[in-house]
Structures are given as structure tokens and as C-alpha cells.
Write a protein that binds this ligand. Sequence first.
Ligand code: A2R
Length: 299
Amino acid sequence: VRVLVTGAAGFVGSHLVPALAARGATPLATDRDELDTTDAEALDARLAHERPDAVVHLAAVSSVVAAAREPALAFRVNFLGAQALLAAVARRAPRARVLLVGSGECYGALPEGAPPADERTPLRPRSSYAHTKAAADLLGAAWAARGLDVVRVRAFSHTGPGQPDAFVLSGFARQLVEIEKGLSEPILRAGNLDSIRDFLDVRDVVEAYAALLDPRAPAAAYNVASGVGLRVGQLLERLMQRIGVRAEVRVEAARWRPADRSIGDARRLRAATGWAPRIALEQTLASLADDWRRRLSAS
Ligand code: A2R
């Protein structure tokens, strides 16, 4: 199976490409320099040339903060990029399965006491990032209704080795390892620690994506989630214990967003593919710490 991956040089792509190869697939990895997904002609030519069996669309403005800073760019890449990709697939590889990678953020904040969001939960996106991803999800549904084999993934938070420090747990791990190495004062800068998040290890997430490429999994929307919500502050506490450093936590206005609650129900994914997360949170936190120790010694 030949799988074209957009945004393959990013965080998830760098885990997905080897995972696909390990399963015996042939990943056709493209990064932004060789395939700009906002360039409809380039996409069309690439699809015509490769005629892949499947496409995993990762290319995106992937951070909530970056999308808030430049919403028009985020729409161009996340929504118009998805449109250009789906149109090119429809023309050039109409039987290919397309995994449109979206976000659990498209459900917005779960009310206190509400169960984890399943795929029938209404989309109530609250940030520019979530708006672009919810719009791309609806667009994917429209193309599916016209007969394209589109799987809409709604991935909740994920982390692991290689993640940029703009993402919360990776940013905490970097700061704590800097303190451990004596590179900075024992002060940890954070945003709102009261948000509830559902975290998976990126290595479990890419296994879910690989499983969803199996044509026996019905084309639909799928949450990729652990089903467990934890306070960001509690995650930070566990990371401090894991790394073995204490720091004074300073909540900074620039990082602060109102607290919200995001937890996903992935029973549909489990039923369709047999997927289950394998990596315990403690192992993810340990990998993040080791990765930052490596990255900071290299630099
Ligand atoms: O912005 P860069 O230079 O880091 O490149 C990113 C790339 N990208 C693009 N690729 C092609 N054409 C574009 N117009 C374009 N704009 C950005 O997509 C980056 O290499 C990749 C996305 O990777 P990350 O930012 O590391 O995101 P991550 O965490 O791997 O997330 C993958 C997907 C995204 O759709 C997220 O929104 C979703 O999972 O959660």
C-alpha cells in the first residue's frame, strides 16, 4: 500500500512514516518544501504522478497559539489546503482512502459533568485553530457524501519525543530539564493549570492512523483519545516527580487561556480497528524527559 503523507516532516509525521514502513506499507513522505498543500496545481500534479492507495493529511498550522496569531493563514492551510487535497484526490486517485487529521478541539469545552465527547457530540469550536479544523472536518464529510473514501480523525492532545516546546507538556519537560541541567533558575512558566486534557502518546496515535487506513474500517469520523481527562497541573506535578526537580510555578498572562475540559470517547475507533493505547502516561513523560535531555545536550 502506497501512502502519501503530507506534512511528513512535522512531529506526528516523523513518527507515522516509520510506523507505516514497519507495517509493510510504502510511505511517500512529503514536506512543505516539496509539496505546499495550499498549491492546488502542485497537489494535482503530485497525486497524478504518485496515484497513491491512501493519503494521510497532516500538513497544518498545528498549534492553537499560531492559529490565533494568524487566523487567515491557518484557514488557508488547514481549510483551503484540505479542499485542494480532496479535489486533487477526487480527480487523480478517486479510490484512495484519505485520512483528514483534525482535532478534538473541534468539540470545544465539555460542560462540567458531561461524558467524554463521542463523534455525535456537536462541534462547538472555540479557537481559530478549532474553527479551521471543524470546517475541514465538515468539508471532508461533504466529499464523503459524494463518494470519496474520507476518514475524519479527531485527535485529542498528544505528545512524545520530537514535539516542539510550544506544546504544553513538551514545553514543561524542556523547562524542567533545563533546570535539572542548571541551565536556568528553578522557575517554571505556565499557562492555566486547571484545564482538563486527554493525552495520548504520539506513538499510540500513529498506530491509530495506520489502523484507520485499513479499508475494513468504515469511512467515518473517529475520535483518537484515551478517554481519561487529567488536570494540566497534575500532569506537571507528575513530570516534576519523574524528572526529579522542583520548580516554582509562575502562571504567565501570555500563556493563560480560560480553563476548559476536553476528553474524548474512542469506542468507535476501538470497535472498528481493535486499536487500544499501549503506552502508559508515565512512559510518555519519561520519553519526553529523555528526549529533552538528548536535545539539550546536542545543542
Ligand atoms: O510549518 P512547518 O514548516 O513546521 O511545516 C509544517 C507543515 N506545513 C505544511 N506542509 C505543506 N504545505 C503547507 N502549506 C504547510 N504548512 C505547514 O505541516 C509541519 O511540518 C507539518 C505539520 O506538523 P506539525 O506542525 O509538527 O504538527 P503535528 O503535531 O505533527 O500535527 C499533525 C496533524 C496536524 O494536522 C495537527 O493539526 C493535527 O495533527 O493535530
